[in-house]
Write a protein that binds this ligand. Structure first.
Ligand SMILES: C[S@@+](CC[C@H](N)C(=O)[O-])C[C@H]1O[C@@H](n2cnc3c(N)ncnc32)[C@H](O)[C@@H]1O
Length: 209
Protein backbone atom coordinates (compact mmCIF):
# COMPACT_ATOMS: atom_id res chain seq x y z
CA UNK A 1 0.00 0.00 0.00
CA UNK A 2 1.58 3.23 -1.06
CA UNK A 3 1.74 5.81 1.77
CA UNK A 4 0.40 8.44 -0.64
CA UNK A 5 -2.61 6.37 -1.79
CA UNK A 6 -6.14 7.49 -1.17
CA UNK A 7 -8.52 5.57 1.03
CA UNK A 8 -10.34 4.16 -1.97
CA UNK A 9 -7.09 3.27 -3.76
CA UNK A 10 -5.82 1.47 -0.66
CA UNK A 11 -9.08 -0.43 -0.32
CA UNK A 12 -9.02 -1.54 -3.94
CA UNK A 13 -5.43 -2.70 -3.66
CA UNK A 14 -6.12 -4.54 -0.40
CA UNK A 15 -9.24 -6.21 -1.79
CA UNK A 16 -7.12 -7.45 -4.70
CA UNK A 17 -4.59 -8.93 -2.29
CA UNK A 18 -7.35 -10.70 -0.35
CA UNK A 19 -9.07 -12.09 -3.44
CA UNK A 20 -7.69 -15.62 -2.99
CA UNK A 21 -8.02 -15.98 0.76
CA UNK A 22 -11.40 -14.44 1.51
CA UNK A 23 -14.98 -14.78 0.30
CA UNK A 24 -15.51 -11.09 1.05
CA UNK A 25 -12.27 -9.30 0.16
CA UNK A 26 -13.69 -5.78 -0.15
CA UNK A 27 -15.69 -6.08 3.06
CA UNK A 28 -12.69 -7.44 4.96
CA UNK A 29 -10.54 -4.57 3.68
CA UNK A 30 -13.16 -1.99 4.69
CA UNK A 31 -13.60 -3.46 8.18
CA UNK A 32 -9.84 -3.53 8.74
CA UNK A 33 -9.25 0.00 7.45
CA UNK A 34 -12.16 1.28 9.54
CA UNK A 35 -10.44 -0.32 12.55
CA UNK A 36 -7.11 1.36 11.70
CA UNK A 37 -8.77 4.77 11.31
CA UNK A 38 -11.18 4.27 14.25
CA UNK A 39 -14.01 5.33 11.97
CA UNK A 40 -17.23 3.62 10.87
CA UNK A 41 -17.14 1.95 7.45
CA UNK A 42 -19.51 4.60 6.10
CA UNK A 43 -16.79 7.22 6.67
CA UNK A 44 -14.53 5.39 4.21
CA UNK A 45 -17.05 5.98 1.45
CA UNK A 46 -17.58 9.60 2.45
CA UNK A 47 -13.79 10.25 2.44
CA UNK A 48 -12.84 7.92 -0.43
CA UNK A 49 -10.49 10.50 -2.00
CA UNK A 50 -8.71 11.47 1.22
CA UNK A 51 -5.06 10.41 1.48
CA UNK A 52 -4.07 7.66 3.88
CA UNK A 53 -1.15 8.77 6.06
CA UNK A 54 2.01 6.67 6.26
CA UNK A 55 1.39 5.31 9.76
CA UNK A 56 -2.15 4.23 8.91
CA UNK A 57 -1.01 2.71 5.63
CA UNK A 58 1.65 0.66 7.46
CA UNK A 59 -0.82 -0.56 10.07
CA UNK A 60 -3.36 -1.41 7.37
CA UNK A 61 -0.79 -3.36 5.39
CA UNK A 62 0.11 -5.35 8.50
CA UNK A 63 -3.55 -6.29 9.08
CA UNK A 64 -3.98 -7.25 5.43
CA UNK A 65 -0.88 -9.47 5.64
CA UNK A 66 -2.30 -11.15 8.75
CA UNK A 67 -5.62 -11.69 6.98
CA UNK A 68 -3.78 -13.23 4.04
CA UNK A 69 -2.19 -15.65 6.54
CA UNK A 70 -5.73 -16.77 7.38
CA UNK A 71 -6.32 -14.86 10.63
CA UNK A 72 -10.07 -14.17 10.97
CA UNK A 73 -11.13 -10.54 10.67
CA UNK A 74 -12.74 -10.72 14.14
CA UNK A 75 -9.40 -11.60 15.74
CA UNK A 76 -7.77 -8.68 13.96
CA UNK A 77 -10.41 -6.18 15.06
CA UNK A 78 -11.01 -7.81 18.45
CA UNK A 79 -14.75 -7.66 18.01
CA UNK A 80 -17.66 -9.40 16.28
CA UNK A 81 -21.27 -8.35 16.26
CA UNK A 82 -23.62 -11.01 17.62
CA UNK A 83 -27.30 -10.42 18.36
CA UNK A 84 -26.58 -6.71 17.74
CA UNK A 85 -24.01 -6.75 20.55
CA UNK A 86 -20.42 -5.89 19.68
CA UNK A 87 -18.73 -8.86 21.39
CA UNK A 88 -15.10 -9.05 22.43
CA UNK A 89 -13.22 -11.72 20.53
CA UNK A 90 -9.64 -12.93 20.98
CA UNK A 91 -7.86 -16.09 19.84
CA UNK A 92 -8.83 -17.53 23.27
CA UNK A 93 -12.39 -17.99 21.99
CA UNK A 94 -13.99 -19.16 18.78
CA UNK A 95 -15.59 -16.44 16.68
CA UNK A 96 -19.36 -16.64 17.32
CA UNK A 97 -21.16 -18.00 14.27
CA UNK A 98 -24.22 -16.33 12.73
CA UNK A 99 -26.16 -19.65 13.00
CA UNK A 100 -25.79 -19.48 16.78
CA UNK A 101 -28.29 -16.61 16.70
CA UNK A 102 -30.87 -19.24 15.68
CA UNK A 103 -30.12 -21.07 18.91
CA UNK A 104 -30.62 -17.84 20.87
CA UNK A 105 -34.01 -17.42 19.17
CA UNK A 106 -35.03 -20.97 20.07
CA UNK A 107 -34.03 -20.50 23.69
CA UNK A 108 -35.84 -17.15 23.90
CA UNK A 109 -39.05 -18.81 22.69
CA UNK A 110 -38.82 -20.98 25.82
CA UNK A 111 -37.93 -18.24 28.30
CA UNK A 112 -40.85 -16.16 29.51
CA UNK A 113 -39.76 -12.53 29.89
CA UNK A 114 -41.61 -12.18 33.21
CA UNK A 115 -40.16 -15.29 34.89
CA UNK A 116 -36.95 -15.24 36.97
CA UNK A 117 -35.51 -18.29 35.21
CA UNK A 118 -32.01 -19.63 35.71
CA UNK A 119 -29.89 -20.39 32.67
CA UNK A 120 -26.65 -22.33 32.35
CA UNK A 121 -24.52 -21.57 29.29
CA UNK A 122 -22.05 -24.43 29.32
CA UNK A 123 -18.96 -23.79 27.19
CA UNK A 124 -19.70 -20.10 26.86
CA UNK A 125 -16.54 -19.08 24.95
CA UNK A 126 -16.92 -15.38 24.15
CA UNK A 127 -20.16 -15.37 26.16
CA UNK A 128 -22.17 -14.85 22.96
CA UNK A 129 -25.20 -16.93 23.97
CA UNK A 130 -25.20 -15.85 27.61
CA UNK A 131 -24.84 -12.16 26.76
CA UNK A 132 -27.53 -12.29 24.08
CA UNK A 133 -29.96 -14.03 26.43
CA UNK A 134 -29.14 -11.63 29.27
CA UNK A 135 -29.77 -8.66 26.99
CA UNK A 136 -33.25 -10.01 26.18
CA UNK A 137 -34.22 -11.46 29.56
CA UNK A 138 -33.03 -9.11 32.32
CA UNK A 139 -34.87 -11.15 34.96
CA UNK A 140 -32.96 -14.31 34.12
CA UNK A 141 -30.04 -15.38 36.28
CA UNK A 142 -27.40 -16.58 33.85
CA UNK A 143 -24.36 -18.65 34.68
CA UNK A 144 -21.69 -18.78 32.03
CA UNK A 145 -19.22 -21.66 32.39
CA UNK A 146 -16.06 -22.50 30.53
CA UNK A 147 -13.06 -24.72 31.14
CA UNK A 148 -10.78 -22.03 29.80
CA UNK A 149 -9.90 -19.17 32.15
CA UNK A 150 -8.84 -17.11 29.14
CA UNK A 151 -12.24 -17.59 27.52
CA UNK A 152 -13.99 -16.63 30.74
CA UNK A 153 -11.88 -13.48 30.87
CA UNK A 154 -13.20 -12.53 27.45
CA UNK A 155 -16.82 -13.28 28.44
CA UNK A 156 -16.49 -11.39 31.72
CA UNK A 157 -14.95 -8.35 30.00
CA UNK A 158 -17.76 -8.42 27.45
CA UNK A 159 -20.29 -8.52 30.25
CA UNK A 160 -18.73 -5.50 31.98
CA UNK A 161 -18.25 -3.45 28.83
CA UNK A 162 -21.67 -4.13 27.37
CA UNK A 163 -23.26 -3.59 30.78
CA UNK A 164 -25.12 -6.84 30.25
CA UNK A 165 -25.29 -8.65 33.56
CA UNK A 166 -24.09 -12.22 33.69
CA UNK A 167 -24.95 -13.24 37.21
CA UNK A 168 -21.99 -15.62 37.58
CA UNK A 169 -19.01 -16.56 35.54
CA UNK A 170 -17.61 -19.75 37.05
CA UNK A 171 -14.61 -21.71 35.91
CA UNK A 172 -15.63 -25.36 36.24
CA UNK A 173 -15.59 -28.58 34.34
CA UNK A 174 -18.76 -29.09 32.38
CA UNK A 175 -20.08 -32.11 34.27
CA UNK A 176 -19.47 -30.50 37.65
CA UNK A 177 -21.25 -27.34 36.51
CA UNK A 178 -24.22 -29.35 35.23
CA UNK A 179 -24.44 -31.31 38.50
CA UNK A 180 -24.39 -28.08 40.52
CA UNK A 181 -26.98 -26.49 38.24
CA UNK A 182 -29.26 -29.52 38.65
CA UNK A 183 -28.76 -29.67 42.42
CA UNK A 184 -29.82 -26.06 42.73
CA UNK A 185 -32.77 -26.30 40.39
CA UNK A 186 -36.04 -27.89 41.54
CA UNK A 187 -37.23 -28.74 38.02
CA UNK A 188 -34.04 -30.56 37.18
CA UNK A 189 -34.31 -32.58 40.38
CA UNK A 190 -37.84 -33.63 39.44
CA UNK A 191 -37.32 -34.28 35.73
CA UNK A 192 -33.67 -35.03 35.45
CA UNK A 193 -33.37 -36.81 32.13
CA UNK A 194 -35.71 -34.45 30.30
CA UNK A 195 -33.87 -31.43 31.66
CA UNK A 196 -30.51 -32.95 30.81
CA UNK A 197 -31.56 -33.43 27.19
CA UNK A 198 -32.72 -29.85 26.91
CA UNK A 199 -29.56 -28.50 28.47
CA UNK A 200 -27.22 -30.43 26.27
CA UNK A 201 -29.09 -29.77 23.03
CA UNK A 202 -29.32 -26.05 23.61
CA UNK A 203 -25.96 -25.55 25.25
CA UNK A 204 -27.97 -23.47 27.68
CA UNK A 205 -30.38 -25.04 30.13
CA UNK A 206 -33.21 -22.97 31.50
CA UNK A 207 -35.30 -23.73 34.54
CA UNK A 208 -37.58 -21.61 36.69
CA UNK A 209 -35.57 -19.96 39.46
C1 LIG B 1 -17.11 -24.23 20.26
S1 LIG B 1 -16.86 -23.14 21.64
C2 LIG B 1 -18.48 -22.46 21.71
C3 LIG B 1 -18.50 -21.09 22.33
C4 LIG B 1 -19.88 -20.42 22.38
N1 LIG B 1 -20.86 -21.23 23.11
C5 LIG B 1 -20.41 -20.09 21.01
O1 LIG B 1 -21.38 -20.74 20.57
O2 LIG B 1 -19.88 -19.19 20.34
C6 LIG B 1 -16.87 -24.32 22.97
C7 LIG B 1 -16.37 -23.79 24.33
O3 LIG B 1 -16.67 -24.79 25.32
C8 LIG B 1 -15.58 -24.89 26.22
N2 LIG B 1 -15.61 -26.25 26.79
C9 LIG B 1 -15.33 -27.40 26.16
N3 LIG B 1 -15.50 -28.45 27.00
C10 LIG B 1 -15.93 -27.94 28.18
C11 LIG B 1 -16.29 -28.53 29.44
N4 LIG B 1 -16.24 -29.84 29.62
N5 LIG B 1 -16.70 -27.71 30.43
C12 LIG B 1 -16.75 -26.38 30.25
N6 LIG B 1 -16.43 -25.76 29.07
C13 LIG B 1 -16.01 -26.55 28.05
C14 LIG B 1 -14.36 -24.56 25.40
O4 LIG B 1 -13.29 -24.07 26.21
C15 LIG B 1 -14.90 -23.49 24.42
O5 LIG B 1 -14.70 -22.18 24.92
Amino acid sequence: MSPTATIDGSLRQAAGLLQRCSDSPRLDAEVLLAKVLSRPRSALVAHADAPLDAAAAKQFRHLIDERRRGVPVAYLTGTREFWSLPLNVTPAVLVPRPETEDLVELVLERLRPDAPVRVLDLGTGSGAIALALASERPLASITAVDLSAAALGVAAAGSRERRVALRFVVRARGRRALRRHRRESPVCRRGRSRARGAEIRAGAGAVPG
